[in-house]
Design a protein around this ligand. Structure first.
Ligand code: FE2
Ligand code: FE2
Length: 322
């Protein structure tokens, strides 16, 4: 992956500042303030075992299905790792003017997501609190390192897709939780993620006007190497497979509900301003999308086989309809 020339990056960060200020203003006027404590059914809470001599958590305490528990844990761990994301974003963007105001505002909003998720899970005994804390300690100590250090364009492209992916994942986790309170809470969080996506998407649209070839290269690099920020946390492999099988987040959703809508909004395939490496990057992206569509078909076939086997054993698989 080729890093963006530092001179071009500094100029771009400066030239994009007015767009950051406009997007910040739009974000503040669109977003609705909300309070995590209002989304948590506190009266369901009970003291846990430990110094206060409550009751230890038991699997039967949770009303949530196994896959909803897996997904809530992954989503919460992803929100918990905020200090690392803040560092990477702050390093790649700018600590001046509207950039800095945005980064701090975004960080404060993201922290709200881990607050509401954890409070909900603890009050309802939705997941094992000891396992949750052990995973959090392990995950935060590994931290998050972006594959695009100090690279504003790649970072903005990445967070555009990542925010939308997170939105879909939260929303579908709510749908499969079979708990209205959980669904309402996650729908509220998903709204924030959508606004974050819009901020970054609009910013990259400006970058595509100013530096079309470099911006196009960043988009292609990010999509070809895309991984959710929580990838690699303890239990990621098994949990993410269950999440994909249940249709909470799988490759088809990634392509149809995350990648393509953003590429369409940027008009990537209609751009007439690309040349050299930018044009090559767009061709690479087209080839990658074609290959990914084939992988979707393979995964979907495998899922059907897996589910028929479960059904033959009398197990009704839990899955979301599209
Ligand atoms: Fe979030
Ligand atoms: Fe977000």
């Amino acid at each position: 992956m080729k890093e963006l020339d530092p001179a071009i990056q500094s100029r771009l960060i400066r030239d994009l500042e007015p767009a950051v200020a406009i997007e910040l203003e739009r974000h503040i006027s669109t977003t609705k303030n909300w309070y995590p404590h209002e989304y948590v059914p506190w009266s369901e809470g009970r003291t846990f075992a430990g110094p206060l001599n409550g009751d230890a958590w038991e699997a039967k305490d949770s009303k949530l299905t196994a896959v909803a528990q897996d997904s809530l844990i992954l989503n919460l761990m992803t929100e918990d790792n905020l200090p690392s994301y803040h560092t990477e974003i702050a390093n790649s963007m700018s600590r001046d003017g509207a950039w800095n105001v945005w980064i701090n505002r975004w960080t404060a909003e993201e922290a709200r997501h881990s607050i509401v998720l954890r409070d909900y899970l603890m009050a309802t005994r939705g997941v094992d609190p000891v396992e949750l804390e052990d995973i959090r300690m392990a995950h935060m100590q590994v931290g998050y390192q972006t594959p695009f250090p100090n690279d504003m364009l790649h970072t903005v492209a990445y967070v555009t897709f990542q925010e939308l992916a997170t939105r879909i994942s939260h929303r579908n986790t709510g749908r499969i939780s079979q708990d209205e309170i959980c669904e309402g809470m996650l729908a509220r969080v998903a709204l924030d993620e959508n606004l974050h996506m819009l901020f970054y998407r609009n910013l990259l649209a400006e970058a595509l006007k100013l530096e079309p070839n470099h911006a196009m290269r960043a988009i292609t690099d990010v999509l070809i190497n895309f991984q959710m920020p929580g990838a690699g946390m303890p239990g990621w492999g098994r949990k993410s497979v269950q999440i994909a099988l249940a249709g909470i987040y799988d490759l088809q959703l990634h392509l149809e509900d995350v990648v393509m809508p953003v590429l369409r909004a940027w008009g990537v395939f209609e751009l007439t301003t690309l040349s050299g490496d930018g044009a090559a990057a767009r061709d690479e992206l087209s080839a990658f999308l074609k290959k990914s569509a084939e992988e979707v078909a393979t995964f979907n076939d495998k899922r059907e086989v897996h589910f028929s086997r479960l059904e033959a054993r009398g197990i009704e698989p839990l899955r979301l309809s599209r």
